[in-house]
Every structure is written in C-alpha cells, then in structure tokens.
Write a protein that binds this ligand. Structure first.
Ligand SMILES: O=C[C@H](O)COP(=O)(O)O
Length: 247
C-alpha cells in the first residue's frame, strides 16, 4: 500500500509574508492525515515556512539543489544547507529547470545521489514535450530519463524517492493528460523501474503533474498507478490545495 502524496510546487511565487499567509490559511482547514502533503517553497521562504509548519503533518520541500556540499558555485544551494533547514523533500529535474537552466539527465542523477546521501527525499521529474508525444516517442523519452536518473541508485533507496511524471505540454496550460493516459504512462514508468529493481517497483510512489485541480484530482487518484500529484498553480490557492489533499 503506497501512501498518497500531494506536493505543491510554488515555483517562483510568494514573498515570505505571502508564504506565511498562505500556510496560515492552509492550516485553518482540517487535512486528511492519510495523505502526505508537501509544500515546495522558494529558498527564501524555507526557514519561516519550516517554523510555521511546526505541529503540523505538512512536510517541507525545496525546488532545486546542487550536488556538491560546498564550493565555488555562485548562486547555488547545497544539500547540507537544505538539510540544516529541516527540508524533507527536494524537486529534481523539473522541466522548467531542464528547459531554462540546462538541467540534464546527468545532473539530475548527481542531484538524486547527493540528496539521498544527505537525508533528503528527491521528487524526480520526467516528461515529454508536445512534439515528442505527437511523434509517438514519449515512452522512449521517459524511459531514457528514468534509466539515466536511476543510474547507480541502490534498491534500498527506492522507498525514499518519488517520481513525478509531468508531460511538459500539460504544465500550466490547463491541458491535463487524460486520467487513463497518465495512468498508462505511470504504469510504463513502474515497469521501467521493475526492469532494474524487480518487485521493488511496487514500492516507489509516482505522481502525475500538469494542470491538476480540485475538479480532476479524484479521477486521477482513482487510477491504480497514480499515487499523487505534483501541483503548480492550484497549490498557490489555500482552499484548492486543501481540496487536493482531501480528495
Ligand atoms: O510542478 C508542477 C507542475 O509544473 C505543474 O504545474 P501546474 O499544476 O501549474 O500545471
């Protein structure tokens, strides 16, 4: 039995003041304790949000990481620094990082290993572009991303890794993959994991991401392979985020 997992990715939104207001509003609602809820906030908000989440079950996430512990990497944040701030999860390889900041399958792999070595749980993002889907090569693309991401990752680490499948054409566009398309791709990802790790594939949690909203969460979560959602826009509205957690 895999625990459902709903993660909000705030992206580059919310000042500290706005972040604290949003968290306070989320905390004013009753949340389903059987669902793991995470807020992945900008680096600048981590410390304040951490304090505000005390005495709640909501976990804290970051949106990126560098793989080195320290050094001459201007503008970067290390796993040691995130660990010190009490961060639980870190998003790795989000398509926006791959598209705008030269994130590659190689750096994704390094970041996953480094996160795990520092007690941080990676949320590993994969997904194809619209062109790739229309060319019918989405499975090849996602398989390559998965295989590269998991190079050198040990079976014992699978329980601490989450995969998020986000078709790039569905992010922030209002277009969602149909629940059955998403389910099929997540099943394919699980099979790909199974080729390397055997039955352990049934342990890893896989989320769908891309225009997830209160109106479509139930249909997605009803699917066998979908263990949760990585949510952008709807996670910025307290009631919507709560409705997703309480699907
Ligand atoms: O990380 C979240 C995804 O990019 C989805 O964003 P969205 O829910 O705004 O489409």
């Amino acid at each position: 039995m895999r625990t459902p997992i709903i993660a909000g990715n705030w992206k580059m939104n919310n000042t500290i003041k706005e972040a604290l207001e949003l968290i306070e509003e989320i905390k004013s609602y009753e949340l389903n304790k059987d669902v793991e809820a995470i807020v992945c906030v900008p680096f600048t908000c981590l410390s304040d949000v951490k304090k505000s989440l005390e005495n709640t079950e909501i976990k804290l996430g970051a949106q990126n990481i560098h793989w080195e512990e320290n050094g001459a990497f201007t503008g970067e944040i290390s796993p040691k620094m995130l660990n010190e701030m009490g961060v639980d999860y870190v998003i790795i390889g989000h398509s926006e990082r791959r598209q705008y900041f030269n994130e590659t399958d190689e750096t994704v792999n390094k970041k996953i290993k480094s996160s795990l070595n520092h007690g941080l749980k990676p949320i590993v993002c994969v997904g194809e572009t619209l062109d790739e889907r229309e060319s019918g090569i989405e499975n090849d693309i996602v398989k390559k991303q998965i295989n590269k991401a998991f190079e050198g990752i040990e079976e014992k680490d699978l329980d601490n890794i989450v995969i998020a499948y986000e078709p790039i054409w569905a992010i922030g566009t209002g277009k969602t993959a149909s629940a059955s398309d998403a389910n099929n791709m997540l099943g394919f990802i699980r099979e790909t994991i199974g080729q390397k790790y055997g039955e352990k594939k049934d342990h890893i949690r896989i989320q769908y991401g891309g225009s997830v909203k209160p109106s479509n969460i139930k249909e997605l979560m009803d699917k066998e392979e979908i263990d949760g959602a990585l949510v952008g826009g709807a996670s910025l509205v307290a009631k919507d985020f709560v409705d997703l957690i309480n699907f």
